[in-house]
Design a binder for this molecule. Sequence first.
Ligand code: TMP
Length: 211
Amino acid sequence: MTGRFISFEGNEGSGKSTQIKILADCLAALGRSVITLREPGGTPIGEEIRHLLKHSAANVGMTPETELLLMNASRAQLVRQIIRPALVSGAIVLCDRFYDSTTVYQGTGRGLDPAQVQNVIDLAVGDTRPELTLFLEVPLEVSEERRRHRSGAKPERDRFEEADRAFFERIHAGYEALAKAESGRIRRIDATQSVDDVSAAIWSHVAPLVT
Ligand code: TMP
C-alpha cells in the first residue's frame, strides 16, 4: 500500500492549521495512519532552520537567495527523513505548506527568477510531490485582520510579518495565478466560510483519495 500526500496552502490567517487538525482527526477516526507536518520545519534540522528563517535575531538582512536555499534545505530533509518513509508505510501525509509556498513567496513575493526557484525545488523534492493541494483562500483584508489579531498574541518576532503590504499583495496574486495554472492538483476552498463548511469542502476533495 502506498500512502497519500496532501498539502495545504494559503495566506497567513487562512485557517490551515485548524483545518489540518480537523482532517487528521477525521482520518484517524477512520483508522488511517496520518502524519501532520509543517514547513519550514517538521524535522529537528528543519525546526532549527525555521527558527533561523522566522525568529532568530541573526536573520535581519537575510537575502532572498539565502531564504530560498534555507526553505529548500528544510524541505530536502523533511522529504527524505519523514515524507518518503511515511508514504512507503502507507500513511496519509498532511503538510502545512509545501513547494507552492516557495514558488509564491520566494518567486512572486521576493522576485527571484522562476526558473532558478524551480530548479532548487526540484533538487529538494525529486519526485516526491503532493497529489492534492488544498488552497484556502481568503481576501487580503481578511488575512491582514487575522494576522493583526495573532501578532498581538505571539511571543516571538516573525521576520515574514515584517514585510510590507505590497509583498502580501504579490503573495495573494501569486497564489491566484498558481491555482489557475495548476487547477488539476490545486483545489480552491473559500476559507471565509464557517470552520464546518470549510472542513466539509476539504472532505469533498479528500474523501475520493482515502475511502
Ligand atoms: P507559518 O508556518 O506560520 O505559515 O510560517 C511560515 C512562513 O514561511 C510563512 O510566512 C510562509 C513562509 N514560507 C516561505 O516563504 N517559503 C516556503 O517555501 C515556505 C514553506 C514557507
